[in-house]
Design a protein around this ligand. Structure first.
Ligand SMILES: Nc1ncnc2c1ncn2[C@@H]1O[C@H](COP(=O)(O)OP(=O)(O)OP(=O)(O)O)[C@@H](O)[C@H]1O
Length: 255
């Protein structure tokens, strides 16, 4: 077993916070070519909360998600998962934390083509050297309607089925946070709705924390709140979003 990562005594924004960005700055390149993707973003994410991140193209949504998930480095600021500041971890520890404590769902599914659905779902747990809880595996497979597809490879499944496999894989290790980057971006509206409904169920039923980047007001309306980014900053926050209220904020931002 690896030694515990030392807890840092950092201010907690709220008691049930599981993730946070603190004054996050991410600049790509340098000198004349420097692009400020994030210009000082602070946000707190509570256990069992579903947050959507929206904003115009280039506003920094993916950069924020990748920095929060430890997939991209930061220029300054801190990223907390629990009490651990990701920005201070070695590459090895960061990789281990991502594997053990975080889940990921990407627009492009990112399944391994030579593995069956069941093998893909179990992959992260196997990499972590853990045997998946069989009851939890069954719960996820049934809730996501994948029972009949377990022996199929990705090429033999629809996009919606592949994304449901990716969602099951992300949740199998019971991660503290699931990061989803445009999870419905490649899906038709019905398949997208199924994936979103399941994420909502995971939040309501299992207190899963979800942070999702999306362009789609319908997708964002499944969340508990929407953070709006513009030009590398959070410019608005909408609690209990509906499709109409998300549209209204987007119109205000454009105007
Ligand atoms: N690896 C990189 N190198 C240089 N610039 C980058 C890199 N990644 C992102 N950027 C720039 O940072 C800014 C924010 O990009 P980001 O992808 O986070 O925006 P986004 O809101 O997710 O956009 P989209 O909605 O189009 O996906 C953009 O100006 C982008 O061109």
């Amino acid at each position: 077993m690896s030694p515990p990562t030392p807890a840092l005594s950092l201010p907690r924004v709220q008691d049930d916070q599981v993730a946070a960005a603190i004054d996050l700055v991410r600049t790509y390149g340098s000198g004349e070519n420097a692009v400020a993707a994030l210009r000082g973003v602070s946000a707190s994410f509570a256990r069992g909360q579903f947050t959507a991140i929206m904003g115009p193209s280039g506003s920094g949504k993916s950069t924020l998600l990748h920095c929060l998930a430890g997939l991209d480095g930061v220029t300054s600021g801190r990223v907390l998962i629990g009490d651990v500041d990701l920005t201070r971890l070695s590459r090895t520890r960061l990789a281990r934390l991502r594997r053990d404590r975080l889940g990921f769902v990407f627009q492009s599914f990112n399944l391994l083509p030579m593995l069956t659905a069941a093998e893909n779902i179990r992959l992260t747990g196997r990499l972590a050297g853990r045997r998946a809880d069989p009851a939890w595996f069954d719960t996820l497979v049934d809730a996501l309607g994948l029972r009949e597809r377990l022996g199929h490879r990705p090429a033999e499944m629809s996009g919606g089925q592949q994304q449901r496999v990716a969602v099951a894989r992300a949740l199998l290790t019971r991660p503290e946070v699931v990061f989803a980057d445009e999870p419905t971006g490649n899906l038709d509206s019905r398949s997208g709705a199924e994936v979103l409904a399941f994420l909502r169920t995971a939040v309501d039923g299992y207190r899963q924390t979800v942070i999702m980047v999306t362009h789609d007001p319908v997708a964002a309306a499944h969340a508990d709140r929407v953070l709006f980014l513009a030009d590398g900053r959070i410019v608005d926050e909408l609690p209990s979003p509906t499709v109409d209220t998300v549209h209204a904020v987007m119109r205000r931002m454009e105007g």
